[in-house]
Design a protein around this ligand. Structure first.
Ligand code: BES
Ligand code: MN
Ligand code: ZN
Length: 495
């Protein structure tokens, strides 16, 4: 999708379709009034017929209005008011994208950026427009024999919102495109089947990102991990025929004296639960158990394309959790890279095991902050549903920054406490700790486990079990929380 900025009037624009917001079925917005005048009130007369319900996101397509250059006008309802809520704005853009996707028009002029969004400025409106359009246009990579319908809509013309100079607007569009490209990658990796997306595959993706975007990439194999002493990660990998990988990516956008931000993503390419086997229903969805990894790879791609002036390290511990003959047993005690020993009471609590070794590894980068992201606990889906990621950590400021990055980008995270008292349940009679506590507060006790490995730096943890993918008819990866990460990093780098 190509986006261009043009200062054109809706009535004379040479484009296949002009998209106009109307409010309660009336021509109240500037663009609607301009059009209505040009066609001598034809637009208001059509609206009076009542075919466009005064409901947010409803659309009506009109053809051949007199006195208007474009052959099509797509009306989209704001609902109550011209000043709209964030969620309303996004819903409108989504509705527009759905229409344009199946229309016979190659290009369109969107007059939506003239709308006022409560509490947000023109920069936000422009960025969200591009991101939402791109998100809506994403197609799942499908392995089908019938050819897929392609949209002929390729070009979108946008108006610079009030208060945003064209040059600035161009930069915003460029960054939003980079974030969208990162999200597409994240979604593709999540959606592709687990017989394709193996640890080796993820490592190959990292290597090719490295070549394309000039990022330093190293990949550790099992032998190298054994030598280092990543006993926790290797214990998870033990029941699988797929060799494990540990991916290290270093993007240097700010010279080598500046401390890096480190992102760590859980890369379980399939989670059967291991010997603590999961039940059969919906087990296919455990192919999404590498969405944390996919999101940090997508973020890395976006940051490199944006050329953000900061240093970023991405770590991906990746393996498959299978119940093969060599698999780790409940009761096994292993030693982590940190030296601390772990009694594995449930092999299905594997995410924290691969993460703890990666979190220890992160120390060597002398990080400014370390953020891990993982589809870690089913309990997080119970606590927060599919709206927000769980957010925990040991640094209030970092947590705040992530929460507000999520609010801004519509990719929300919500805090849960991480008090010392929650550590109690992780005690073991046989090792420094167990890998599970009881049923209560499962999301928090999982994070409490990780907290034992993150004492040396500022750390935050995002549990994305509820937000990384959708189930049912809409099954597929969402690309979250790439938008949150990118917003956080843009803010950090550009202020
Ligand atoms: N990958 C799962 C978490 C998960 C489950 C995410 C369902 C989304 C939907 C994780 O590895 C896991 O199995 N966690 C266990 C932990 C338990 C054994 C303490 C869980 O949540 O049941
Ligand atoms: Mn599991
Ligand atoms: Zn898992």
């Amino acid at each position: 999708m190509e986006f261009t900025l043009k200062a054109v009037s809706p009535e004379t624009a040479k484009t296949g379709c002009v998209v106009i917001p109307v409010t309660q079925g009336r021509c109240l917005t500037a663009s609607a009034q301009a059009l209505d005048q040009a066609c001598e009130g034809q637009l208001s007369r059509v609206l009076k017929c009542g075919d466009l319900p005064a409901e947010t996101g409803k659309t009506l397509l009109l053809h051949g209005l007199q006195g208007i250059t474009a052959p099509r006008i797509l009306l989209v309802e704001t609902g109550e008011d011209q000043r709209v809520k964030e969620s309303t704005y996004r819903a409108m853009v989504r509705a527009v994208a759905q229409n344009l996707d199946t229309m016979g028009s190659k290009d369109a002029l969107l007059c939506l950026t003239e709308l006022e969004v409560v509490g947000r400025n023109g920069t936000w409106v422009l960025e969200q427009t591009v991101l939402t359009l791109r998100e809506q246009r994403y197609r799942i990579p499908k392995q089908t024999q019938e050819p897929r319908p392609v949209s002929i809509w390729k070009k979108t013309i946008l108006l610079s919102p009030a208060g945003v100079p064209p040059k600035e607007a161009q930069a915003i569009i460029g960054r939003a495109q980079a974030v969208a490209n990162g999200m597409d990658l994240t979604r593709d990796l999540g959606n592709l089947p687990p017989n394709l997306v193996t640890p080796t595959y993820l490592a190959d993706v990292a290597q090719s990102l490295g070549k394309e975007w000039d990022i330093k990439v190293r990949v550790l194999d099992r032998q190298a991990m054994e030598k280092l002493g990543m006993g926790a990660l290797l214990a998870v990998s033990a029941g699988s025929h797929q060799p494990p990988r540990f991916i290290i990516m270093e993007y240097a956008g700010a010279g080598n004296r500046k401390k890096p931000v480190v992102l760590v993503g859980k890369g379980i390419t399939f989670d059967t639960g291991g010997i603590s086997l999961k039940p059969a229903p919906e087990m296919d969805e455990m192919k999404f158990d590498m969405c944390g990894a996919a999101s940090v790879l997508g973020t890395m791609r976006a940051v490199a394309e944006m050329k953000l002036p900061l240093n970023l390290v991405v770590l991906v511990p990746t393996c498959e959790n299978m119940p093969g003959g060599g698999a780790t047993r409940p009761g096994d005690v292993v030693q982590s890279l940190s030296g601390q020993t772990i009694e594995i009471l449930n092999t299905d609590a594997e995410g924290r095991l691969i993460l703890c070794d990666a979190l220890t590894y992160a120390e060597r980068f002398n990080p400014e902050a370390v953020i891990d992201v993982a589809t870690l606990t089913g309990a997080c889906v119970i606590a927060l549903g599919h709206e927000a990621a769980g957010l925990m950590g040991n640094d209030d400021e970092l947590r705040q920054a992530l929460q507000s990055a999520g609010d801004y980008s519509g990719d929300r995270a919500w805090p849960l406490p991480l008090w010392e008292e929650y550590q109690e349940g992780l005690k073991s009679n046989f090792a420094d700790m167990a890998n599970i506590a009881g049923r209560p507060a499962g999301t928090i006790t999982a994070a409490s486990f990780l907290a034992r490995f993150t004492k040396k730096y500022s750390w935050a943890h995002l549990d994305i079990a509820g937000v990384a993918w959708r189930s049912g008819k809409e099954k597929g990866a969402t690309g979250r929380p790439v938008k949150l990460f990118c917003r956080y990093l843009i803010e950090r780098a550009l202020g």
